[in-house]
Design a protein around this ligand. Sequence first.
Ligand code: AMP
Ligand code: MG
Length: 320
Amino acid sequence: MAELGRDVAKARSLLQQGKLVAIPTETVYGLAGNGLNVDAVASIFSTKKRPSFDPLILHTNSLEKVRHFVKEIPAVAEKLAEKFWPGPLTILFKKKSLIPDLVTSGLDTVAVRIPNHPLTLSLLESIDFPVAAPSANPFGYVSPTSPAHVQQQLGQDIPYILDGGNCEVGVESTIVSFEGDQPAVLRMGGLAIEAIEEVLGKIEVQAHSSSTPAAPGMLKSHYAPGKSFVLIDSAEAFTLPENEQFAVLVFDELLPQVPAEKQYKLAPGGDVREAAKQLFGMMRMLDGKDEVEQIIAVKVPDVGLGRAVNDRLKRAAAID
Ligand code: AMP
Ligand code: MG
């Protein structure tokens, strides 16, 4: 089992030795290693069983540090960074050669984020390298939003989990790229597209892709629990399955045609942010219930973080 604690100096020392540490962020827990050390980066891929074509996000604590490892920061990207960092936004930049090609899977762009979590920010402040930190789960599975989730799946493989409690946002970051000054969203996530559009105007969303994605968070099947997972558009579209061993994930209201004890509300208060925060924990909980063979989810309102929630539900169900 990994040691669990709030010791930032210990986490720093392990990272400096090239070891991996699970770190809390506001989105999901990350599996962090020195992003400039090829061996550390290689062990991130092997620990997650992540294919090498799936590039990593670098995390640091200031725009000044970002300048050290990217070629340029377009004016519009800087505007977004200033408004939303630290926060659930990842931006792609042209990389400098000091970043190992393994980090970016050979691409000439690197994904960068300043996460918003006090423990992790103080860790990042205390080191002079960025950390590569994909979600701390085996590749393709649901991302971890609590230290216990990390412990269950990667506890045998890593020395330390920095315990920052439950993740406040609960879904991965929104990824934005810039071709010249033209922005595009590559993955919907914890920063609402509406918030980005308030700064940049209408933005293209390329988040629905298939087998050769620019961002593997775009893979059709991803973030998936182990059980049969079905997504339906609305309560009206629900029909009782033949096998009674099912559970239903609903937004804020129970379906009248289904026994209440089979239903789980993602957001009892009716807030899409609450649904995002609860989503992965609920998926894991239902995945772990012996009496549940099939998970049926109903889409949540497609606004704000509800768009990221629906995106993850589609991927869990592997729907185009
Ligand atoms: P994860 O941290 O596991 O949520 O995965 C990070 C996501 O960022 C993956 O979907 C990556 O493909 C995406 N990403 C990282 N670097 C790049 C890049 N240079 N171009 C496009 N997507 C990227
Ligand atoms: Mg991931």
